[in-house]
Design a protein around this ligand. Structure first.
Ligand code: CA
Ligand code: CA
Ligand code: CA
Length: 321
């Protein structure tokens, strides 16, 4: 029996009682074994299969997702921003900023800051060239328009109606009767003499025309043709406060606009380049004589010359002399 014990490798205690009938020693491999060890192995297998399953699912899921993504139509974001900016004026700049943010959810955020066109025409017309004078109809080309021939009862087919050697227009401009040789215009009955006592001047006006004071002060007088034209001649008078010079008044009224020297009733004055305005300055008053041709037809150019020629200061004269 002691040999048996030796075989097992176990050392019997000293007082160990060897009784073959009673002693049953379980082999060491059984004694030391954990009875639960068999269950643990089964669990591990289950865990292993679960893990494999999860892994498979993950692979399948990933593959499915990949296929889904692959078959998904690509995002087609067509942003058509049409900016039709027609800038007629040079120098305008258009700032068009297109910001397109495209996400997978097809959220297109188009921020178009377009068409902020501030077209401000700040052109200042500094053209000082006078408009060319449009000559109205003058059938016989004698310098007196057909409307003026009508006003002075001359023949619009004949240059020299009274056949005295002077053309109809020359006679009018020089204050002669175009219908009677050698007769003064004022004696013809074709014009009237308008006298403004308040501002001490006189001027001829064609007889058919209307002479109209704009207000009681008679500072503004209009000479209005009896024809359908909207032209008229106007005389405006203002006081020469401070007795400013002709050049001072020119600067104040016409700025840098060029004017030419002119003589009216032997007094130095200024005339605009288009010949439609005359500026006269005396010690007491400033006179502006205007041929206002709002429709540009210029039917009474010769008549305006006649009126300027007839203009005279009368007593009490505001002249310095
Ligand atoms: Ca004529
Ligand atoms: Ca004529
Ligand atoms: Ca004549």
């Amino acid at each position: 029996m002691a040999e048996d014990i030796k075989k097992t490798g176990e050392k019997a205690p000293e007082n160990f009682l060897v009784n073959e009938e009673e002693l049953h020693i379980m082999p060491k491999k059984f004694v030391s074994q954990n009875p639960k060890k068999k269950d643990t192995g089964a669990k591990s297998i289950i865990v292993f299969f679960v893990l494999v399953f999860v892994l498979l699912m993950a692979i399948l899921g990933g593959g499915y997702y990949w296929l889904q993504q692959k078959n998904k139509p690509k995002n087609t974001n067509t942003n058509v921003n049409q900016n039709i900016n027609q800038n007629i004026n040079n120098g305008n700049e258009n700032t068009n900023a297109n910001v397109n943010v495209n996400t997978n959810e097809n959220a297109n955020v188009n921020a178009n800051i377009n068409n902020t066109n501030n077209n401000q025409n700040n052109n200042t017309n500094t053209n000082e060239n006078p408009k060319p004078i449009v000559v109205a109809i003058d059938t016989d080309q004698d310098g007196l328009t057909d409307l003026e021939e009508q006003t002075y009862q001359t023949d619009k087919q004949i240059v020299d109606s009274d056949k005295d050697g002077y053309s109809d227009s020359d006679e009018i401009k020089n204050l002669y009767n175009p219908l009677a040789s050698g007769q003064k215009l004022i004696d013809s009955g074709l014009v009237i003499r308008y006298a403004n006592d308040l501002y001490a001047y006189e001027i001829f006006s064609p007889k058919p025309w209307l002479v109209k004071a704009i207000d009681d002060s008679r500072q503004k007088i209009e000479f209005i043709p009896d024809t359908s034209t909207s032209e008229l001649v106007r005389i405006e008078v203002v006081e020469n406060i401070g007795q400013k010079s002709l050049l001072d008044w020119q600067k104040a009224l016409y700025g840098i606009q060029a004017m030419e020297n002119f003589k009216i009733d032997n007094q130095t004055s200024l005339r605009s380049i288009d010949k439609k305005q005359v500026l006269i300055v005396t010690a007491g008053y400033v006179y502006i004589i205007i041929y206002d041709t709002s429709n540009d037809s210029n039917n009474f150019i010769t008549t305006f010359e006649m009126m300027l020629k007839s203009f005279k200061f009368i007593s009490p004269s505001p002249q310095d002399e």
